[in-house]
Design a protein around this ligand. Structure first.
Ligand code: MRU
Length: 335
């Protein structure tokens, strides 16, 4: 199986596993122009913070191939950076590859530089996830049941995953781990993507609805909770809507709540109040798989992410280690 996102040298396209079709169909889409990639990002064909970082960087390569001049390239890259506002990785990937590109003196040279940097980001992503997974695996014991939310697995990254990477690493070390996947309404990244990729790897997984997590945690069916992050800010973590609810419930039941995130997701100068939380279309709540499930004239509120304060987080797992009491020791974590 290919990585979640790859560059194809022969066709000069960005290839993506179309995540809107899983688990029903496994299809690869090719983006030839920046506008196609922006559309794929907005529709969540490619999604998850680290995968968006790689997408942003490969988008710069597409930009260099198609732009008439540097001015046009820069304008297009502004649009790409803002295709989705919440995960910091998208702008991180664009900025890194664009800076590399701008060191070139012709568009051809710029393309080569951007491609080199984008490939570096993709390789780094997998290496970082393996390292983070290694550190995090020490937190899991043989026989643990781990609840997770959304998809912070290989589909959210170039490969391996962050939260699911920790689980994969623990299993690789011989520990038996079972996963409880919350379905993650409204777009069901948990049921569609987490369950699919864990099934592929034969990792035992049980699907629950988001609203079952409190009862499942109280009934002692969960040993640990691990989620990913779209952005780690000054006071806590921004991640998929529903994360905060699981963190509150885990605290109430004394179940450790962990966040696994690469340092490229850190934006610790900023407060959560200054981060734009993406609000998505009302259609996502009014319809389910094309069927109307609410009166069309009802008011809808559909934020895609929420904020969880460090007080509720036992530790943040990065490629540098396991950081406990993170708010107190923050300076040493971000170095
Ligand atoms: O809207 P999505 O599917 O892009 O949201 C993804 C998440 O919230 C993930 O948990 C987060 O990006 C971490 S992925 C390693």
């Amino acid at each position: 199986m290919m990585n979640t996102i790859e560059w194809d040298d022969d066709t000069e396209t960005v290839k993506l596993i179309d995540q809107t079709l899983l688990p029903v169909a496994y299809k690869i889409v090719e983006c030839r122009r920046v506008a196609e990639l922006i559309d794929a990002i907005k529709r969540l064909k490619v999604r998850g913070a680290p995968a968006l970082g790689a997408a942003g960087a490969y988008g710069v390569v597409l930009g260099c191939i198609n732009a008439r001049d540097t001015k046009e390239l820069k304008a297009e890259m502004e649009q790409l950076k803002h295709a989705r506002p919440t995960a910091i990785n998208l702008s991180y990937g664009v900025i890194r590859a664009l800076n590399a590109a701008l060191a070139g003196s012709t568009l051809v040279e710029m393309k080569e530089n951007a491609l080199e940097e984008a490939n570096r980001i993709a390789v780094e992503d997998v290496a970082v996830n393996k390292k983070l997974g290694d550190y995090g695996s020490a937190l899991l014991e043989d026989g643990d049941v781990v609840l997770t939310h959304c998809n912070a697995g290989r589909l959210a990254c170039v490969d391996w995953g962050t939260a699911l990477g920790v689980i994969r690493s623990a299993i690789e070390k011989g520990k038996r781990i079972e996963v409880i996947a919350c379905e993650t309404r409204p777009l069901n990244q948990g049921s569609r993507l987490t369950c699919w990729e864990l099934n592929q790897d034969k990792i035992p997984v049980t699907l629950i609805t988001d609203s079952m997590s409190a009862a499942v945690m109280r009934d002692k069916k969960v040993d640990k909770v691990i989620v990913g992050a779209d952005r780690v800010v000054k006071e806590g973590v921004i991640n998929k809507i529903g994360t905060y609810m699981h963190a509150v419930v885990a605290k109430a039941h004394k179940i450790p709540f962990y966040v696994a995130a690469p340092r490229s997701s850190f934006d610790t100068e900023r407060s959560y109040k200054d981060v734009e939380i993406e609000e998505r279309s009302s259609e996502e709540l009014l319809f389910f798989a094309g069927t109307q499930i609410a009166p069309l004239d009802v008011n809808v509120y559909n934020p895609a992410f929420d904020f969880t304060p460090f007080e509720l987080i036992e530790a943040v797992i990065t490629e540098m280690g396991v950081h406990k009491s993170i708010s107190a020791k923050f300076d040493s974590v971000i170095g």
